[in-house]
Design a protein around this ligand. Sequence first.
Ligand code: SAM
Ligand code: SF4
Length: 499
Amino acid sequence: MMNRTEYIIPVEEIEGILERARDASVTEAEAIIQKAERLTGLTPEETGVLLQCEETGVIDSLYKSAKRVKESIYGNRLVLFAPLYLTNTCVNNCLYCGFRRSNRILERRVLTEEEIRSEAEALIRDGHKRVLVVAGEDPEQCSMDYLERAIDIIYTTRVEKGEIRRVNVNVAPLTVEKFKRLKSAGIGTYQLFQETYHPPTYKKVHPAGPKSNYAYRLTALGRAMEAGIDDVGMGVLFGLYDYRFEVLALLYHALYLEREFGVGPHTLSVPRIEPATNAPFSLNPPHALSDHDFMKLIAILRLAIPYTGIILSTRESADLRDRLFHIGVSQISANSRTYPGGYTEGNKNPPSLNPLPQGEGKELLPPSLDGRGKGEGELGFSDKKGQFSVGDRRTTQEIIRNISMNGFSPSFCTACYRVGRTGKEFMDHAKPGEIQRFCLPNSILSFKEYLLDYGGEELRKIGEFLIKKQTTAIEDDHLRKATLKKLQEIEMGKRDLYF
Ligand code: SAM
Ligand code: SF4
């Protein structure tokens, strides 16, 4: 009999699909891309064909199609968030992570209540409204009580007109009972990355601690849903195993959630392994992914599971992130610190590996300065503190300026989950591409708030121009007028207006 793990991720079936897909023709691949534009997603077999295809013409159509699909569903908004690391203590020993328990040189830290508040204040002052709480796995020092308290502190911290309005969480798998407590704490999305779906690789890179249990981790998102958390995020740490296998496994995992709970993942995260101190698998990942393959897999995910948000972190360089916005990414982190206390301590970004603004002229830099391929000692963060090195060191304002100049609409919107548009209800709006009726006006309103409260003079000019253009582009007469009215109210001092 098939066990639960195989039922969710049928390893042999995935390998078979990838094997057969090698024989697919270019015509088949082109037809699959055309089909994807209907926003119905792809089957594992179709996804396999695209993963195996290396024809330049097909990859080109793939990128164009991913852009169109993203725009049909979410419009041109890009949601911004920042991670908030509560702890870096950990009972596990993941071979790729700087927080692993064998890393003796890491300065361990568990934020106090005062320190959590101070981190939240720093993020609010930077204009953020969405925070992703991150922690190592440590049942004693990062207990359920501690987590609940931390979330409450973040939600209740205020700086002038600013506040955090959505707290998402990325912590170790919990029991259904504990997930219920997380739900009651008012979290948005619960995120958990399987890291690798390939069982032998999983075993190798997770040699100790509770995380060595592949099945317990694989079934965690199901437990979260059972507990009533209907927005869950999944992900893979790319570089541990063949990306083609991992992408298909992600799709199987998403299909399983849809089958079992009637709703697929709210988000997909696509971290690539970055160098981390004393983490042997991070410096030379066994399946290191080229930028080309990375772009390709993001575009394929956009076609295969079109309704999900695709999240990109600051692990990636500024230049690559800019390119990925065009092919399917819909949420990004900005100005991230990957260690507890990083925002309070580091009022300034660490010295940049990329001295050029907005990635311009980046091709002129030697490979050692392109933000990847860094060796230990030149990681750009304090080796004694960080989880891994950050590739995009631009400030939030710089990132927003760049997004706006590229015609995207920066969004700090938190409306959906606060009006109960979560889980199946969100998907019912997202699948036919109706969610952008809310996304565009809400991104405009949240951007207006940002410009008034945190924008510099130059950014305000750029932003106001974009807001005008985007508002004019709202086709529905009633919605456009309502947006203009709310914009005026924000101008008069009102905050937190949304549809
Ligand atoms: N400790 C919990 C866990 O492992 O699920 C949650 C927090 S962990 C700090 C968040 C994520 O960081 C992990 O799921 C992993 O994918 C990612 N990560 C760990 N080491 C990394 C590295 N060297 N480069 C990029 N991402 C890394
Ligand atoms: Fe701990 Fe998570 Fe890092 Fe593994 S990835 S060592 S569980 S913090």
